[in-house]
Design a protein around this ligand. Sequence first.
Ligand code: PEP
Length: 264
Amino acid sequence: MRIPMIAGNWKMNTTVGEAVELVTEIRKGISGLHDVERVICPPFVSLAAVKEALKRTSIKLGAQNLYFEEKGAYTGEVSALMVADLCEYVIIGHSERRQYFGETGEIVNRKVGAALKVGLKPILCIGEKLEDNEAGRTEEVVTEQLRSSLAGIDVCAGLVVAYEPIWAIGTGRAAHGKQVNATATLIRRTLAELYSQEVAQETRILYGGSVTAENIAKFMEQSEIDGALVGGASLKVDQFTSIIRQTESIFFPNNPPTKDLIPW
Ligand code: PEP
């Protein structure tokens, strides 16, 4: 069985002090929940402090980016090995990086390769623009992004794919559960073509795009969606803890119920 996963992408938010405060509150809010894998992705400068705050918990740490070169004169960049020193996961190819920092498919591919080489688990983000969606090109765009991101990579153990339609990110306009399930099925089929049925069945596929405590259930109830990458709502303790709590009760209905802070 694929272990469900909820990852919080804090983007460029929180000072170090705020990050520690936030993660401490989140930790308290989800104590007793262990079956869903929980990952926090704070800004680079807060990784060490957040790691310390997560000591003796099973909550994992992720970075939001890396650079593909191993070392050298790349002022301001952070290598995969540096990230791997602190984190188990790394977000790669987020649409904001593609849009604002010119990350091409080739760059994303090199970053995925660099992460896997040092044992980091990439959370690879793919997703179509609104105009592609409206023109019925979602399948084509998503398949092409997945193929180019993984080109020349023979082993992708630990890879997580986050399907994030760009028009749904930070807009409050989430996709429909059934449509996301259909795209996740396509992603799995493409992984089977690139690797094997086994890899396709083992790889977790997350949905991302305006996930909240109010809409998480409609995604987690779909057969091919294994979790969520959460942006805005991961900065709100009540929202994020409820998203994790609801995910755990959907995937593990026999676990004893724990109390939600707010009845959504
Ligand atoms: C994201 O940053 O990956 C994301 C999905 O953001 P939001 O949840 O705010 O739409």
